[in-house]
Design a protein around this ligand. Structure first.
Ligand SMILES: [Cu+2]
Length: 174
């Protein structure tokens, strides 16, 4: 994939910095970190039975393997939404990456193809969202370690309403 232009990159970074939750967590005084960690701690019951779990099915979750030294890679999967309301994904995270971006691939006026960060990706009601390199996808940034083919990487998808879905993605060669 082509490198993002400086403009696209700055837009992408803005998209990462802006989320309201991040602003809220910085708005408070010393008590803010406590409140934030409270939100991050899952309910005592298993997440699989929690009402907070996103009602999506996942197929073919994968992460593209990268050689040692690479700092970012893309992840894809097919998400299906059997429900009657759209699911709006606004962020994602992974223990394998410093942060995860929601990205789309666009062609500019000069015909150049590039990726740019977006604030949300929607799984339509009764429909599906295909995430793949070259289309809408997730980007794992600031990788913590090399990702070897065959290993599994956890990805947490977060919707606008706070519901989440943890996905186990398989690392595979491009
Ligand atoms: Cu990307």
């Amino acid at each position: 994939m082509s490198r993002p232009t400086p403009l696209l990159l700055s837009l992408a970074l803005a998209a990462v910095v802006i989320p309201a939750a991040a602003i809220r967590s910085q708005a408070g005084q010393p008590s803010a970190p406590v409140a934030h960690s409270t939100h991050a701690v899952p309910a005592p019951s298993s997440s699989a039975t929690s009402a907070q779990r996103l009602p999506l099915t996942v197929q073919g979750a994968s992460v593209v393997a990268v050689p040692p030294g690479a700092t970012e890679t893309s992840a894809g999967m097919t998400l299906r939404n059997p429900g009657k309301t759209p699911v709006v994904l606004t962020s994602a995270r992974s223990s394998a990456a410093g942060h995860v971006m929601l990205m789309t691939t666009r062609r500019d006026a000069q015909g150049r193809v590039g990726m740019s960060g977006v604030k949300s990706l929607t799984v339509p009601a009764g429909g599906q969202l295909i995430l793949k390199p070259g289309g809408d996808h997730l980007m794992l940034m600031d990788l913590m370690r090399p990702l070897k083919p065959g290993e599994r990487v956890p990805l947490v998808l977060v919707a606008r309403d706070g519901r989440t879905l943890t996905v186990s993605a398989t690392v595979r060669l491009p």
